[in-house]
Design a protein around this ligand. Structure first.
Ligand code: AMP
Length: 172
């Protein structure tokens, strides 16, 4: 089942810069049956775990995060690039497989003790999700797991996110 999802992901060499093999999930998301399966597998993992919030990371994490939150009956929280969120924010800087950036979350997005899943399309070095985990921890949310569609094993992002548990559907 997961093998079909893997086959639907498109490899784009040298995007967004030379030497990066971009794992493009748009070809998976546009397939109705595969998109549904992807969300269902993730949701099945967390149903009954009392998840309060899914934190989606801009932008592809919103797609996965919102669908997952809906299935779980949880809320969706947005982590966005700087200057996009209208109210008071906490900020975290991080390094990416290709550059550096800052992410923001609304200061009132998570209540202490709320059970949270962090969702994104892909785990590479773990810089992005690590910054988000830092924000969730700062707000005293409880990270149940960080969930990804794709994990690039060699980059050891999983280690960077420890002790937060990591789940990925597809590994390379
Ligand atoms: P990292 O912070 O290194 O774990 O990078 C993860 C973030 O960058 C995710 O939001 C991904 O969408 C994006 N990303 C990094 N590397 C790739 C890649 N090879 N293919 C697709 N997206 C990537």
């Amino acid at each position: 089942m997961v093998e079909d999802l893997k086959k639907a992901i498109r490899d784009v060499p040298d995007f967004p810069k030379k030497g990066i093999l971009f794992k493009d999930i748009t070809t998976l998301c546009k397939d109705p049956a595969l998109f549904q399966r992807m969300v269902d597998i993730l949701a099945h993992r967390y149903i009954g775990k009392g998840i309060d919030l899914v934190v989606g990371i801009e932008a592809r994490g919103f797609i996965i995060g919102a669908a997952l939150a809906y299935k779980l009956g949880a809320g969706i929280v947005l982590v966005r690039k700087p200057g996009k969120l209208p109210h008071k924010t906490h900020k975290a800087s991080y390094s990416l497989e290709y550059g550096t950036d800052t992410l923001e979350i609304h200061q009132d997005a998570i209540e202490p003790g709320q059970k949270v899943i962090i969702a994104d399309d892909l785990l590479a070095t773990g810089g992005t999700a690590g910054a988000v985990a830092g924000l969730v921890n700062k707000m005293h949310g409880k990270i149940v797991e960080c969930a990804f569609i794709v994990e690039l094993d060699d980059l050891k992002g999983r280690e960077k996110l420890a002790p937060a548990p990591v789940f990925s559907l597809i590994k390379y």
